[in-house]
Design a protein around this ligand. Structure first.
Ligand SMILES: C[S@@+](CC[C@H](N)C(=O)[O-])C[C@H]1O[C@@H](n2cnc3c(N)ncnc32)[C@H](O)[C@@H]1O
Length: 262
């Protein structure tokens, strides 16, 4: 298979290993605390994938759904309380996922079978709008894992719907460069549905783009962005890196403080 033919699941990259490691620690800690206090806990893997990765040596590595099931099955204090829900949009990935989950379940005893849905996460959330819009319904503590390829299909309103409720957590793992690329496209084209869904409104997207354009407000970017920011389309001409600017701003700080003190 040539490098160009490799898909996301044909490599087990460092970033994927880190993602799995964070997920396992985070979910394990969440269940250890809430899993003993509540009769029902929900775990949703909203972009579940195929259930496994293959590396270049032909070794198979468990995907996030299997890792979550293993954590649930490993502790009798909560193994009968956790309802896992795995959502995967692509039929071929869904078929692989179903087969891998069934294989896992044969080798373990799990009182609650996971629910698998071949659908887009947004569709599933739209289907539950009656539940979410009814103020008298309560959601069991829910851990939502959002791990898209890129950022398409991630809607801020779905995240808020879950995160706003008691005992709920959301772990979002997204491709920062992917967002940068889409921001670049939105700057060129004016609008992007993906960005509007991700940030929740066109007004927020516009604010982000204005912030990116404003050289005096680079700190509005959410993460340490110096080199990445420079790579945004249309920004190559900038001579001074943000790191350099930050260093200059820091160097100027003591003088400003001194003036204030005086
Ligand atoms: C990065 S992979 C998930 C990997 C998986 N979480 C893991 O660690 O094993 C993203 C998956 O989300 C699926 N996907 C893309 N858009 C989706 C959507 N809107 N709803 C549900 N699944 C989606 C893709 O087909 C792909 O299989």
């Amino acid at each position: 298979m040539s490098k160009a033919d490799l898909t996301h699941f044909d490599e087990y990259r460092l970033q994927t290993q880190l993602k799995h490691s964070i997920l396992q620690s985070y979910l394990g800690a969440y269940l250890a605390v809430l899993g003993t206090k509540h009769k029902t806990i929900v775990y949703i893997d909203a972009f579940a994938g195929r259930g496994f990765y293959n590396d270049s040596k032909g070794t198979r590595h468990d995907g996030s759904p299997i890792r979550a099931l293993a954590i649930v099955a490993s502790d009798k204090k909560f193994h009968d309380r956790v309802q896992c829900i795995f959502i995967e949009r692509r039929p071929d990935h869904f078929g692989d996922l179903e087969a891998r989950v069934n294989e896992f379940l044969k080798g373990t005893s799990l009182p609650k079978s996971p629910i698998l849905q071949n659908a887009a996460f947004g569709e599933v959330m739209d289907g539950l709008s009656g539940f979410f819009n009814n103020p008298s319904t309560r959601l069991a503590p829910t851990f939502l894992f959002i791990d898209p390829c890129g950022v398409e299909g991630v809607r801020l309103r779905d995240i808020v719907e879950i995160l706003a409720r008691d005992g709920c957590e959301v772990f979002v793992f997204f491709n920062y460069d992917g967002v940068n690329r889409i921001v670049g496209l939105a700057e060129a084209k004016g609008e992007s549905d993906t960005l509007r869904d991700l940030f929740g409104s066109q007004a927020r997207v516009d604010r982000l783009i204005r912030a990116l354009d404003s050289r005096s407000k680079p700190d509005l970017l959410p993460v340490n962005r110096s080199s990445r920011y420079e790579r945004l389309p249309g920004r190559k001409a900038q001579k001074e890196s943000l790191d350099e600017r930050s260093r200059k701003a820091e160097a100027a700080q003591p003088r400003a403080d001194h003036r204030q003190a005086a």
